[in-house]
Design a protein around this ligand. Structure first.
Ligand code: ADP
Length: 306
């Protein structure tokens, strides 16, 4: 279990930036999503967990081992896999050579040597067929899978993946989802993302983070149930859209075939004329939690343990 207790991070500067404020999370095995808009503090949290940043206050333990303790910390890093947001590759190297190099940096080798481990990992992430191709010829999805291959080397207990699906096409994204869910058996995978679909597809539990605070800890179903019956959809004219946006909480406004299709969140009262009730989506739930709720105490923080 990964336990994050009262974690706070303030970047010094003028003015200082409070990137995380009193974050508490308990995360068990499987996929856990950390969802939030850009600037919410996701990367800061990932970097603290990966040991690249010191927290200003608070505590992180994994299976009871405290990250602040130098000895326990060293053991933690041996059992950690990390795929950062902007992972650097040497394009002129083959996938296999690149991976061997990364394994060397990580200090991981296999019983039959590093080369054999690299091949094994390439098989695991479905890249064996491209082992000898240069990384610069890899698609975005292939690069991310190569990144995952280095992250899971050494069979880590905790794998941290920061915004891995940004820029992937739908097919690559689905492949990547499949790979992550296969790998989540028996270990903790923490997936940071601003893409709601990532969480809807992959994560039995997730937290929503906004302005450095956890504003929801829930499941996709609970998040939708929470706002069920409070989402309405209708079509409005361009002239009418500004008034609707002013008077209601709009969760989505899309121009479709020349008309504005608008979804609103309405706790009580009558919806605008022509609007009818619509099943809540996770996207609606996410937007409600990040935009229309004033503070964490009003949020659907359900349960303690993920
Ligand atoms: P996210 O990953 O959710 O986009 P970040 O953790 O990158 O969010 O950023 C959280 C906040 O901290 C933002 O306001 C960002 O501008 C600020 N921030 C991030 N890194 C630094 C830094 N090195 N120095 C100062 N402020 C930073």
């Amino acid at each position: 279990m990964l336990a994050i207790e009262n974690l706070t991070k303030v970047y010094s500067g003028n003015p200082p930036v409070a990137a995380l404020t009193d974050v508490n999370l308990k995360i068990g095995e499987g996929m856990f999503g950390l969802l939030g808009p850009n600037g919410a503090g996701k990367s800061t949290l990932m970097k603290i967990l990966a040991g690249l940043l010191e927290p200003t206050a608070g505590r992180v333990t994994i299976d009871g081992a405290d990250l602040a303790d130098p000895v326990q910390r060293a053991a933690h890093y041996e059992r950690l896999g990390y795929l950062p947001q902007d992972f650097g590759f040497y394009g002129h190297l083959s996938g296999q050579k690149m991976l061997e190099f990364l394994l060397e940096l990580k200090g991981v080798t296999g019983p039959k040597g590093r080369r054999s481990l690299a091949m094994e990992l390439l098989h695991r992430v479905n890249l064996a067929h491209a082992a000898t191709r240069k990384v610069r010829e890899y698609s975005g999805g292939m690069r991310q899978r190569l990144g995952i291959a280095q992250a899971i080397a050494g069979d880590p207990r905790l794998v941290i993946v920061d915004e891995p699906t940004a820029g992937l096409d739908p097919e690559e994204r689905m492949r990547f989802y499949r790979l992550l869910s296969e790998l989540s058996v028996g270990r903790i995978i923490l997936l940071s993302t601003h893409i709601v679909e990532d969480v809807a597809t992959l994560c039995p539990r997730f937290a929503v983070i906004r302005k450095g605070s956890v504003v929801a800890l829930t499941t996709p179903k609970d998040a939708r149930d929470r706002i069920a019956g409070k989402i309405y959809e209708g079509v409005v004219s361009h002239e009418h859209l500004a008034a609707i946006s002013r008077d209601y909480h709009v969760t989505q406004a899309m121009v479709f075939d020349g008309t504005n299709q608008v979804r609103i969140f309405l706790e009580e009262g009558e919806p605008p004329a022509g609007f009818s009730s619509s099943p809540a989506t996770l996207e609606d739930a996410y937007l409600v939690s990040t935009r229309f709720t004033a503070n964490a105490s009003e949020m659907p923080v359900a349960g303690g343990v993920a």
